[in-house]
Design a protein around this ligand. Sequence first.
Ligand SMILES: NC(=O)c1ccc[n+]([C@@H]2O[C@H](COP(=O)([O-])OP(=O)(O)OC[C@H]3O[C@@H](n4cnc5c(N)ncnc54)[C@H](OP(=O)(O)O)[C@@H]3O)[C@@H](O)[C@H]2O)c1
Length: 259
Amino acid sequence: MDLGLTGKQAIVCGASKGLGYGCAASLAEAHANVCIVARTQSVLDESVAQLSALGQGEVTGIAADVTTAEGRDKVLSAHPETDLLVNNAGGPPPGDFREWGREEWLAALDANMLAPIELIKATIDGMIARGYGRIVNITSHMVKEPVGLLGLSNGARSGLTGFVAGLARDVAASGVTINNLLPGQFDTGRLRSNHKKFAERMGVESSAVRERALSQIPASRFGEPEEFGATCAFLCSQYGGYITGQNILLDGGQYRGLI
Ligand SMILES: NC(=O)c1ccc[n+]([C@@H]2O[C@H](COP(=O)([O-])OP(=O)(O)OC[C@H]3O[C@@H](n4cnc5c(N)ncnc54)[C@H](OP(=O)(O)O)[C@@H]3O)[C@@H](O)[C@H]2O)c1
């Protein structure tokens, strides 16, 4: 299938590892020009080298923190016209809401709500003018089935979800789509570190948390970043034009709701 992405410019945030890397890899394989963003230069350089081997487009990396205005400016000044935007950053830490003050809440909102909104604001009018744009926000299955320990994530991502629901319809006639991808449990550094933190809180081994998590997934396995990335590339493709304003769950069947 030709996804129609040859020559399209993508910015993929939080993409030197994990789910963001999976999205960047699928877009690179589809011959888009891909700019990946992450904070750690050394990991970024390795990822750019790996991604460059996948397709015919140009792959670049920008070391920047997308939760800061300076970081976002650095990315946007290098790519003032982007066709595809994948919003992603690290998730907030788990914990007890009694331990969270204004500072923790603002950090979560910056990373998982306000940074994506700022990047959308800076890129969407160009997409509308060119008649093609795809925005994909990586959120979480926690938007559909929240647990208390991840309250910072639930709160911030729900805010982004609510904002996007309105905007997606406002721009739908202009060839620009906006969707959220909701990962369930994917085998990434973030998942392993969360299991470790849960285990410390519960006073059990990390492997016990991992086994328990696996037992709740009907597919009996964690997801792979490649399959997440392929879904992202499809949404970005010429065939994704009629899908907008959606929250697409990739969770191996874990969410038990009918719809
Ligand atoms: N994995 C899962 O099962 C799962 C489930 C639900 C939700 N999620 C959410 O999905 C997102 C991605 O998760 P993941 O598992 O792929 O995480 P990951 O493996 O830890 O990868 C995160 C990537 O984002 C980069 N990054 C983090 N903060 C950044 C920032 N402020 N600015 C720019 N780049 C940043 C990291 O590089 P640097 O650290 O070098 O910046 C890294 O490349 C997170 O928000 C996570 O909470 C994941």
